[in-house]
Ligand binder design. Structure first.
Ligand code: PLP
Length: 351
């Protein structure tokens, strides 16, 4: 979901961007107008996340999964190993991709407690081999709806690498806690086709010789994220989303709204005898809220009735089943309220 004011601005500017008589898609990415757009997008992102000068902000191709390969390629040599926390589907995919290049060791995993509720691993310091080159984790598992409310450290002080695809910009973070933060754009930043990587300066310049140029952090930095033609329209829309977030009051304001949205929805689930959540309180995502119906034979009916109310995309991932409400930044509180009213009514009449 993208914020409506962003889409409206894009619509208004579609045929005539900045009085140039063309769309932003049609101008050269090396022209001064686009470069100004690119610079402003970076400045706004830096301001939103309070990113210091010791980090590079890179706009790259290949989405989140491109970064699954970019990280090992940029930080390791053949024969190296790195440590991974496994909290679900996206963690596992990152491990699978890293294993093409290095030895990826899973050193901590999500777990179910005695009542069957899921938790992220609770260790603030994750025990890793002394040779581990980095510690990779996924702060918010999009499919399982498991989110960390702290940043783990590696016992050997190796850099922490975070796949923030589904949680970036949902609340303030301390960028200094991380070696690299990356995110595919399409959950909380803008349209697909773009990935943002925030890379600590001292981690540049170590890429393997055979790293594809478009995944090489140093080259990307050297060419101001324009080694080849960047995904210009995605970049433009991302810039509009950053402006919109700043207009909302920045991430501390956005955090309050997101927390409230999530609390309302979890409260509806917890207060119900019909819906339930399999995620423990300490690990609940603010962005992705999976829930189950007491009677899964009503799943199809729930989805079709929801659709009639304009409530779409509620089907859970096939791996976990049930339902999942993704309530990213662009989802207004009113959308969550509509879902809650629908759920209450469904429980009353069908539950
Ligand atoms: C969606 C997602 C990805 C994959 O992003 P692509 O851009 O499709 O490669 C990776 N990690 C997480 C946490 C995601 O939610």
């Amino acid at each position: 979901m993208l914020p409506a004011p962003v889409l409206e601005k894009a619509q208004k500017e579609m045929l005539d961007w900045q009085g140039l008589g063309t769309s932003v898609m049609e101008v050269s990415h090396r022209g001064k107008e686009f470069i100004a757009l690119a610079d402003k997008a970076e400045r706004d992102l830096r301001s939103l996340l309070n990113i210091s000068d010791s980090y590079k902000v890179l706009f790259m191709h290949g989405g989140g999964r491109g970064q699954f390969a970019a990280v090992p390629q940029n930080l390791t040599t053949q024969g190296d190993r790195a440590a991974f926390v496994d909290t679900g589907v996206w963690s596992k995919k990152a491990v699978e991709e890293a294993n093409r290049f290095i030895g990826a060791d899973v050193v901590a995993s999500s777990y179910q407690d005695q009542s069957g509720l899921w938790h992220v691993p609770q260790d603030k310091v994750v025990e890793v081999a002394s040779s581990a080159r980095y510690l990779h984790y996924c702060p918010n598992e999009t499919i399982e709806g498991l989110e960390f409310n702290f940043v783990p450290k590696a016992s050997n002080n190796a850099p922490v690498i975070a796949d923030m695809s589904s949680t970036i910009l949902s609340r303030p973070i301390q960028v200094d806690d991380f070696g690299i933060i990356y995110a595919g754009a399409q959950k909380n930043i803008g349209p697909s086709g773009l990935a943002v990587a925030i890379v600590r300066e001292d981690l540049l310049g170590q890429a393997r010789k055979d790293t594809p140029a478009i995944l090489n952090y140093s080259l990307t930095d050297e060419f101001d994220s324009m080694y080849n033609t960047p995904p210009t329209y995605s970049w433009y829309l991302a810039g509009l989303v950053f402006e919109w977030l700043l207009e909302q009051g920045g991430l501390s304001a956005v955090e309050k709204i997101n927390q409230h949205k999530a609390e309302c929805l979890y409260q509806c689930i917890d207060n119900s005898d019909f819906f339930n959540s399999q995620v423990a309180q300490d690990s609940r995502s603010w962005m992705n809220v999976p829930f189950q119906l007491g009677d899964s034979s009503l799943d199809a009916l729930f989805l079709s009735e929801a659709e009639k109310q304009g409530l779409r995309a509620l089907k859970g991932h096939r791996i976990v089943g049930g339902m999942r409400a993704s309530i990213y930044n662009a989802m207004p509180l009113s959308g969550v309220k509509t879902l809650i009213e629908f759920m209450n009514e469904f429980e009353r009449t069908r539950g």
